[in-house]
Design a protein around this ligand. Structure first.
Ligand SMILES: Nc1ncnc2c1ncn2[C@@H]1O[C@H](COP(=O)(O)OP(=O)(O)OP(=O)(O)O)[C@@H](O)[C@H]1O
Length: 751
């Protein structure tokens, strides 16, 4: 078929134009579609981002609210308990003061009572002597009078005989007178009168001495007593059984007598204690219990007489009128004194009132006991509460401290690879991108020694309360471990160790009225798997074998190492200085660096509660670990390689223990290394551990810093508080989301 050229050309042009129009329409459509698509995806993206943002912001604010409520709760509880503890401490102080006052008064009263007792005894014995002398002289007079009477009677008989013979002769011679006989009879009459008078006087005197209503009865009683005692003595001598019985009776009576004497003294002392503060009152003899005392004294005397066969001397202690008057006067004075001070009321007898005073005293003692019991319970609660608060922070806490650049690092002009995100997060720039790590606290390069100490010092109270606490510094060589633990060389910035010494004794001083403390310490160095005692000279330490043992309470101790007592922070610091000097000498001798060994200081704190006598033991371990760098990097050989291997072995053993604890494995490999053996009582269980990770911010130490951060993160995973773990994870995720939102990065739905 033939198509004319012109029409073919027209047709082709037409088709071409159509194609061009179609193409442009297609292009417009594509553009439109692209634009539509872009708008839809942007809207979608924004929507998702906003949704996520709102979702996580809500979640964050809920968490913040929960945290606020929780913190408020803790603060309220804290204030409540602090107030309670303060009140109890005040009360205790007042009680202590009262106790001291009473003790002082008691001592004074006892002394004056003793003085008075001695005075009375002296008076009594002098009066007794006087009475004896008087009795003896009167009896002598009686004998003389009787002798005189005998003589007169003899004379009378002679005269009578003479008279009779004269009578006979008178009968013969009735004119003689009887004058001499009359004279003799008159004289005899006079003598008889004298004699009777003397006898009356003597019996009157005896009557006065014995001061009884019925003298006949009194002497009869004395005679009867004497006879009974004589008979009893006979039985005592003849019958062995009776002898034993009497001996037993005498012993029993002696004991009872001692008890009565003691309680009598006690009663008087206690009564006097009730007396007012500053008035000096004369201690007086009590009436009631004295009777019982006398009864048992007389019984003792009688029993002694039965045993020895001696005649009893019946003496009434109040036989003398003057003595009785003195006694009455004393009792009166005692009553008056007590009445004046309101301890006695006029309608009660002294005995009754003494009894009521005793009851009152007993009640007071009971109340005092109750207060002490309550106080002890409150104190225990305070300890428990404090411990709970510390536990809430985690039983193993990890702080991370970034030291400033050293001069050498500054000179190298390297990069800073570490940055603090906030108080809990740190970011390390690695060749593979940034890596974030979270810890319980981050101390940036500006943080002071004081700030680090304040964050850690809560654990010191726990050690004093009887828990085991361990604070250890971890990090590569030159990362700042010694600076953190000990401080700088010129001591302008003391570290945790010296500050802890001071704090321990500050707490002790605040509590010394309630507790008695004993502080002791050991200081060891672990180098190449060998323990060295730093409290003895290096030469001596070299020959010593130290073994790690556990006592019955589970506390670790180094057998063979010196444990020294310290009575003040100064003494503890002097011991530490001595140990550090020994460490330095040993290192120089062996031509090694002292920082290539682990330093372990154990401080044992024993406290005895003065109120209830309970004793608690706590141990605070302060450890400055050796640097953790890898041997390969340092290019170590021979001895240095051995040294580096030993450090790595011990640090990885520590890591294994920590990981077993974090996984709550039944077996924790403490025994794999001396370091973990030594730290056994301070890791796991009820112990509280604080690891301070030290890192350098410079890129020269990037590898070491990364290794340290990973190691510390493994430690951080240990917590006996699962809730806490969950919180940390969520907060970490939230932080990640916020970071992404801030930088405009998309957020995945499943974050
Ligand atoms: N926080 C800090 N502020 C100022 N200087 C610091 C800080 N931390 C460490 N330094 C300084 O850094 C240097 C190294 O610190 P340090 O000796 O404490 O490290 P180290 O980890 O104990 O090292 P080694 O393992 O060798 O014992 C010291 O000169 C120290 O004074």
């Amino acid at each position: 078929m033939f198509i004319p050229y012109d029409s073919a050309k027209l047709c082709i042009t037409q088709i071409t134009n159509d194609m061009i129009a179609m193409k442009s329409r297609h292009q417009e459509m594509i553009q439109e579609l692209e634009e539509n698509f872009l708008t839809a995806s942007r809207v979608n993206q924004d929507k998702t981002a906003n949704k996520m943002k709102t979702f996580y912001q809500n979640k964050l604010s809920t968490l913040k609210r929960v945290l606020d409520i929780y913190q408020e709760k803790v603060a309220r509880k804290n204030a409540y308990w602090e107030e309670k503890v303060r009140t109890l401490e005040d009360l205790n102080e007042r009680l202590q003061m009262q106790h001291t006052m009473l003790q002082e008064r008691n001592q004074n009263d006892l002394a004056s009572w003793d003085k008075e007792k001695n005075k009375m005894m002296e008076l009594f014995s002098s009066r007794l002597d006087l009475l004896h002398n008087h009795q003896a002289s009167t009896l002598q007079e009686l004998h003389l009078a009787r002798a005189e009477m005998g003589k007169v009677q003899e004379m009378l008989e002679i005269l009578q005989e003479k008279n009779e013979s004269e009578k006979a002769s008178e009968e013969q011679n009735s004119t003689e007178s009887n004058g001499p006989l009359d004279g003799a009879q008159a004289r005899m009459e006079i003598l008889k009168d004298n004699l009777q008078k003397r006898e009356r006087e003597i019996s009157m005197l005896m009557e006065g001495q014995e001061r009884v209503a019925d003298p006949v009865e009194q002497s009869a009683y004395a005679q009867l007593l004497s006879t009974v005692i004589q008979q009893a003595h006979q039985v005592y001598v003849e019958l062995t059984e009776a002898k034993q019985q009497f001996d037993q009776m005498a012993e029993d009576n002696k004991k009872i007598l001692a008890e009565i004497k003691e309680s009598f003294d006690q009663t008087v002392v206690e009564s006097n204690q009730k007396n007012h503060e500053d008035q000096e009152t004369e201690p007086q003899i009590n009436d009631g219990s004295q009777a019982s005392l006398l009864n048992h004294e007389v019984r003792q005397l009688a029993l002694e007489c039965i045993r020895s066969g001696a005649k009893p001397t019946v003496i009434e202690t109040d036989a003398n009128e003057a003595w009785t008057a003195e006694m009455d006067e004393a009792v009166k004075k005692f009553e008056e004194e007590f009445r004046k001070n309101g301890f006695l009321s006029s309608d009660k007898s002294v005995g009754q009132q003494l009894l009521s005073l005793q009851a009152e005293l007993k009640q007071m003692k009971d109340e005092n006991k109750k207060i002490i019991e309550n106080y002890t319970a409150e104190r225990t609660l305070r300890k428990k509460y404090y411990n709970m608060v510390e536990d809430m922070k985690g039983k193993i806490r990890v702080f991370c401290r970034i030291r400033p650049l050293t001069r050498a690092e500054q000179a190298k002009k390297g990069h800073i690879t570490v940055a603090c995100l906030d108080d809990y997060s740190v970011i390390l720039e690695t060749p593979r991108g940034p890596r974030e790590f979270q810890f319980d606290k981050i101390f940036n390069t500006e943080c002071t020694q004081e700030e680090v100490f304040i964050e850690s010092s809560g654990l010191i109270q726990c050690a004093i309360d009887g828990f085991n606490v361990c604070i250890f510094a971890y990090g590569h060589t030159g990362s700042g471990k010694t600076f953190t633990m000990v401080g700088d060389r010129d001591r302008r910035n003391p570290g945790l160790i010296p500050r802890t010494f001071t704090r321990i004794f500050e707490i002790i001083q605040d509590n010394e009225s309630k507790f008695e403390f004993k502080v002791s310490a050991y200081m060891l160095e672990l180098y190449n798997d060998r323990l060295q005692d730093l409290f003895v000279s290096p030469a001596e330490a070299f020959n010593k074998r130290i073994e790690i043992k556990r006592d019955r309470k589970g506390l670790v101790f180094a057998q063979g190492a010196e444990t020294k007592d310290a009575a003040s922070a100064g003494e503890l610091f002097a011991l530490f200085e001595q140990g550090s000097a020994n460490r330095h000498i040993a290192a120089t001798k062996m031509n090694v660096e002292s920082s290539r060994s682990h330093l372990i200081i154990g401080i044992m704190i024993e406290s005895r509660n003065l109120t209830n006598g309970s004793v608690s033991f706590g141990k605070l371990s302060l450890v400055d670990l050796a640097g953790s760098e890898r041997a390969a990097k340092t290019g170590a050989k021979d001895d240095q390689l051995k040294e580096a291997n030993s450090i790595n072995k011990s640090l990885s053993a520590l890591g294994d223990v920590i990981s077993a604890l974090s996984m709550e494995q039944p077996h924790v490999p403490y025994r794999n290394n001396k370091l973990t053996q030594l730290m056994q009582d301070s890791l796991g269980g009820n112990a509280k551990t604080l690891m301070i990770l030290n890192i350098s911010p410079s890129d020269c130490n990037l590898d070491e810093t990364l290794t340290s951060l990973i190691y510390a993160t493994r430690v951080k995973a240990i917590t006996n508080n699962a809730q806490r773990n969950v919180d940390s994870k969520e907060i970490a995720q939230l932080k990640e989301v916020i970071l992404k939102l801030k930088s405009g990065q998309p957020v995945e739905e499943d974050v």
